[in-house]
Ligand binder design. Structure first.
Ligand SMILES: [Zn+2]
Ligand SMILES: [Zn+2]
Length: 111
């Protein structure tokens, strides 16, 4: 099994570590070695890679219902961020990259 690379810094990210961001409506995703790397990635214009199926569609994680940043119900064009920690997959949903950025800047779920 080969490691993936962080979309921002290129560091190898193991399957049981790091963060994966998905934009299900655009069928694309990004990989991060750590939450802090979401911030420069989003500011520089969010470079995505193609990914036809999000983990929600695969049934790996439950679908978040509201934005983790502002609490608004998620729309079709939402962004999903999944933290990988060992065998655990911890999903958070966002209205868009801008709210993912604001949340990551603030330190995320564990701020
Ligand atoms: Zn990185
Ligand atoms: Zn929001």
């Amino acid at each position: 099994m080969s490691a993936e690379q962080c979309s921002w810094c290129g560091t190898a990210v193991e399957a049981d570590d790091g963060f994966r961001a998905f934009e299900p409506a655009g069928e694309r995703r990004a990989v991060f070695c750590r939450l802090e790397h979401v911030v420069p990635w989003a500011i520089q214009g969010a470079y995505w890679s193609p990914e036809p199926l999000s983990p929600v569609e695969l049934g790996t994680v439950p679908e978040p219902e509201a934005c983790a940043h502002c609490g608004e119900p998620l729309t079709e064009a939402h962004v999903l961020l999944v933290r990988h920690r060992g065998e655990h997959r911890i999903p958070d949903g966002f209205c868009g990259v801008d709210h993912l950025l604001a949340w990551a800047k603030a330190g995320g779920r564990y701020a």
